[in-house]
Design a protein around this ligand. Structure first.
Ligand SMILES: [Zn+2]
Ligand SMILES: [Zn+2]
Length: 183
């Protein structure tokens, strides 16, 4: 499954964003503006103005909305959620090749708030995933004590676990130990 570089990139940012939330089972990883600044720097999120406490609150709210898209069980449900999100955002497509990146399209309004930026870029990337018939590749990790999200881009659509806490590995080890015991 290849959704295109820009889409996969935008979804990777979303996955990371959602996985900073306490819903994952881990403590909040965006507790303050400093953490939010580090997040935007890490993901090279460009063209955003200075951030305030209200930006942080907006990002937390958006993060919860985005998470729902990974938990939906039908295209209709996902589309309803997504269109609410997209309806709130403003997009102005521009071609750019800033900071040594190849030509790519920015949809956010230059200087948009971090919330608008994420809503536009993340929202459109999710719209592409759904329109490609790939909504079921937006998943929640199946490890028992983990609720991180992931995008499955494997050929056979076989990815079940997130990689952030090596959930898949831990389960393999557990299964191995169980087998050993059984012998
Ligand atoms: Zn860019
Ligand atoms: Zn996991």
């Amino acid at each position: 499954m290849y959704l295109g570089h820009d889409t996969e990139q935008a979804i990777a940012v979303l996955v990371d964003l959602i996985n900073t939330g306490p819903e994952t089972g881990d403590p909040e990883r965006l507790p303050d503006l400093e953490a939010l600044r580090a997040f935007t720097a890490h993901h090279h999120i460009s063209d955003i103005g200075p951030m305030t406490k209200s930006d942080l609150a907006e990002v937390h709210e958006l993060r919860a909305q985005f998470r729902k898209l990974f938990e939906t069980t039908s295209d209709e449900q996902a589309t309803t959620e997504l269109n609410v999100l997209l309806g709130r955002s403003t997009a102005t497509p521009r071609l750019t090749n800033h900071d040594g990146y190849d030509w790519h399209i920015h949809y956010f309004v230059p200087g948009a708030s971090i919330g608008d930026h994420l809503a536009v870029e993340g929202g459109l990337a999710l719209a592409r995933v759904i329109s490609e018939g790939a909504r079921d590749r937006l998943r929640v990790c199946e490890a028992p004590d983990c609720a991180r999200v992931l995008l499955d881009v494997t050929k056979n659509s076989c990815r079940r676990y997130c990689d952030s806490r090596t959930c898949g590995n831990r389960l393999h080890v557990a299964a191995y130990r169980a087998r050993q015991k059984a012998i």
